[in-house]
Design a protein around this ligand. Sequence first.
Ligand code: XMP
Length: 326
Amino acid sequence: MTGNVRPENMARITDKKLADAFIEEQIKELRAQIGDGKVLLALSGGVDSSVVAALLIKAIGKQLVCVHVNHGLLRKGEPEQVVEVFRNQMNANLIYVDAVDRFLNKLENVSDPEKKRKIIGAEFIRVFEEEARKLEGIKFLAQGTIYPDILESDGVKSHHNVGGLPEDLDFELVEPIKLLFKDEVRVVGKALGLPDGMVYRQPFPGPGLGVRCTGAITRDRLEALREADAILRDEFAKNGLAKKVWQYFTVIPDFKSTGVKDGKRSFDWPVVIRAVNTKDAMTATVEEIPYEILNKITNRILSEVKGVNRVLYDLSPKPSATIEWE
Ligand code: XMP
């Protein structure tokens, strides 16, 4: 796609027919741009990078090299899904990098939210750079930039894009969805055959669970958070809330409170449920989850997640609160 301005006459992609036409056109453009060159893509498994990967696999097959960095802050089942969908089902050239220890060691004892973000961003670039250097003949770097990222160029996306690579790795950019809005990316993803779990995924911050495990991240608290989040997502899916609510997740604060367990006093963590609706993420309102569902989620978290003795529901709109806790 050339140019950074969406032409006024560009039709909004709202159905499969329009998506198929877009895909056909992109395949032609991508082949013309790339020729027999090799393309590198950081594949997080989020909607945007997944759609770019699927488009490129269609256009150039094994000339695409995807790198999936597991930084240990992904949700339960995500790294496995990336491998299953892209390597096993789509037969992509996928390098899976287990960088969990690297990230968690770097984050040890770091409690300042901005420092945590910086460490995660910088380490991500370092891991990706190392992988890029191991490969030969890469000429292009594909990115899942979308139109809102261009419109708000200081946007949140900068946190998980791989801008910031050293100058000697000066790849030519390939950005096939840069003129699309999010809803269009989803329609294209569906037409490309990506699973619903990927296409309709809620927004997930680049630093992942790192901003929801407040303060200094510890492995046991992170694991409790990941389990609680999986329970929340499971119950939202079962109760028809997953597609209705814009963003929903759990948070685990870095303090403990008293409880009782097996007749004795315990001292364990709370888990906070957050579920919000918004149009642009600048303001947000709280979803009114039916009480029975809240109750079911609470009981499951308390009985299934080790180290947790309380469940709280965050009733704060944005403003005054932000959507994330850090
Ligand atoms: P806040 O917490 O500022 O979040 O109300 C607004 C939206 O942005 C997402 N978010 C991030 N996304 N890197 C990202 O890629 C980040 O560091 C980050 N912080 C917040 C958040 O999930 C919400 O959708």
